[in-house]
Design a protein around this ligand. Sequence first.
Ligand SMILES: [Ca+2]
Ligand SMILES: [Ca+2]
Ligand SMILES: [Ca+2]
Length: 149
Amino acid sequence: MKVIIKNQNGFTLIEAMIAMAILAIGILAINTMHVSSTRGNTSANKLTIAGATGESIYETLTSQNYSDTVFDAGAHTINELTGFVLPGSISTASWTVTQWSNTDNVDNDGDGTTDEDDENDIKFVTLTVTYTDAAAKSLTINFLKSEIY
Ligand SMILES: [Ca+2]
Ligand SMILES: [Ca+2]
Ligand SMILES: [Ca+2]
C-alpha cells in the first residue's frame, strides 16, 4: 500500500512570496495613510497660524483710536502696523475700511432704516490674511469700529 505523506515542514516558495506580497500591499496602504495624515496636519497647522495672525492683527487694530490712520477709508497693508512681523507661512495681511454714512442713501447697518444718525459713526473693516497650502487660501475677519464705543 502506497502512502503519500504530505510534507508540512515550513512554507513553499510560492507561499512565502504570496505572504510577502500581502505584507507589501499592507505597508503601502499604511504609508499612504501616513502621507495624507501628515498633509492634513500641515494644513491644520497653517490654518491655525492664519487664524492666530488674524486675531492678533484684529486686537492691534481695535486698540487704535477711531480717528487713527489705520482706519482711514480705503485699503491698508500690514506695513502700517510698525513692528508687526508676519509668520513665515503667511503671504499677506491687509484690511479695507469703509466709512458708513448717513447721507449715502444706503441702509449700511441693515436695520431697515436708511441713513439714520448712527450710520455716520461706524467704520466697517474687512481684514484678510492669505497663505499658501496646496493652493492659495485666505481667512477673513469682519468687524465694526464705532466712534462712540
Ligand atoms: Ca440703517
Ligand atoms: Ca447710510
Ligand atoms: Ca441703525
